[in-house]
Design a protein around this ligand. Structure first.
Ligand code: TRP
Length: 335
């Protein structure tokens, strides 16, 4: 708890471009959370170097991601949006937690298995202990809830195990975090294969709408979206998964219900419908894109957000870190 609010922590990697799926499914729903939770959103640049990165590229992507969160409506006065690498407590706590995590546990992580298969030439120790750094991120802020996708659930489970193990030895040091199960946003699927989730790492650029795509690109991608040969705008999940996905997108962008959409496009062809969906997405993303342009011109403002929020994060991180250091027996600093 911070004040009378529960703490929410989430980390995001600055690799790949955020998609409409990330926005409608997650980000846009986070805006309202700041009233209920003390929210920390960390751009986890330390996690990113577990696979090779181009340094200039990583730096620029990390800044863009941070701006995107602000452009998407997260007020940086109310939400602590900061770079993980600016708060040294993450690395310090991760070291300590490494000593409370077993090789066997880390070997079982499916993401480690996947990534070490994919980067067989660089299976470094950081890739192996990645989940421990993630545990440190979460436990450092005594987070009550963590919004995570299914792919990160195993890491969150491990975080809980580490916290409970530590607490069993030293008393109640860490809050044991829960997955955040709030109102879930629309689940947006690939435009090229409606059986797959829209993903920022999809190799086919036509499968995803990126948040910074220009209007022409957006319209073109919707024109090419996979549909079916039935020719009716109906929410028919079995036979028309592509149309269902387009209806979900249109609904999320306009607030219209499935029924409204069906009657609006009664007797019209897919061409008209796709144009309408594309236009609704262009309009939905316009304010976000304009805000991004604004922020890009406002270097001093962003720099001050980065500085102030790093200090805020540091303050809470240090509180936990000092407690933990004392518990494990590190000598007190002489001030
Ligand atoms: N591992 C997460 C991912 O790849 C990112 C992450 C790092 C994270 N630290 C976190 C997510 C803490 C939630 C909480 O998506």
């Amino acid at each position: 708890m911070i004040g009378d609010k529960k703490v929410l922590f989430s980390g995001m990697q600055a690799t790949g471009n955020l998609t409409l799926g990330n926005y409608l499914g997650a980000l846009s729903n986070w805006v309202k959370l700041a009233d209920e939770y003390e929210c920390f959103y960390s751009v986890v640049d330390m996690h990113s170097i577990t696979v090779r990165q181009d340094p200039a590229e990583l730096r620029s992507r990390a800044r863009k991601l941070l701006c995107l969160y602000i452009a998407a409506g997260l007020d940086p006065e109310k939400n602590c949006i900061y770079y993980q690498s600016h708060v040294s407590g993450h690395a310090e706590l991760a070291w300590i937690l490494n000593c409370f995590t077993y090789m066997g546990e880390l070997s079982r992580m499916t993401q480690f298995k996947d990534k070490s298969a994919k980067h067989a030439d660089n299976i470094n120790a950081g890739l192996f202990t990645y989940p421990v750094l993630m545990a440190a991120d979460i436990l450092l802020y005594q987070a009550d809830v963590v919004p995570v996708g299914i792919d990160q659930m195993q890491h969150l489970e491990l975080t809980r195990d580490i916290a409970q193990r530590f607490n069993a030895l030293y008393g109640d040091v860490f809050t044991v975090p829960e997955p955040y199960i709030g109102k879930v946003g629309a689940k947006i699927m690939s435009l090229q294969d409606p059986a797959k989730k829209m993903s920022k790492s999809d190799e086919n650029p036509n499968a995803s709408i990126y948040l910074m795509d220009d209007p022409d690109t957006i319209m073109r991608k919707f024109k090419r979206a996979v549909t079916d040969s039935l020719g009716a705008v109906r929410y028919n999940e079995e036979e028309q998964p592509g149309i269902c996905n387009l209806m979900d997108i249109y609904g999320a962008c306009t607030g219209k219900s499935r029924q409204d959409i069906e009657s609006k496009f009664e007797g019209k062809g897919y061409g008209d419908f796709k144009t309408a969906v594309g236009e609704s997405v262009v309009e939905k993303l316009r304010p976000l894109q304009e805000k991004m342009e604004d922020l890009a011109k406002n270097k001093d403002y962003i720099d001050s957000v980065i500085k102030n929020n790093a200090e805020k994060a540091q303050y809470f991180a240090n509180k936990t870190l000092r407690k933990v250091q004392k518990k494990v027996g590190f000598p007190e600093k002489i001030r």
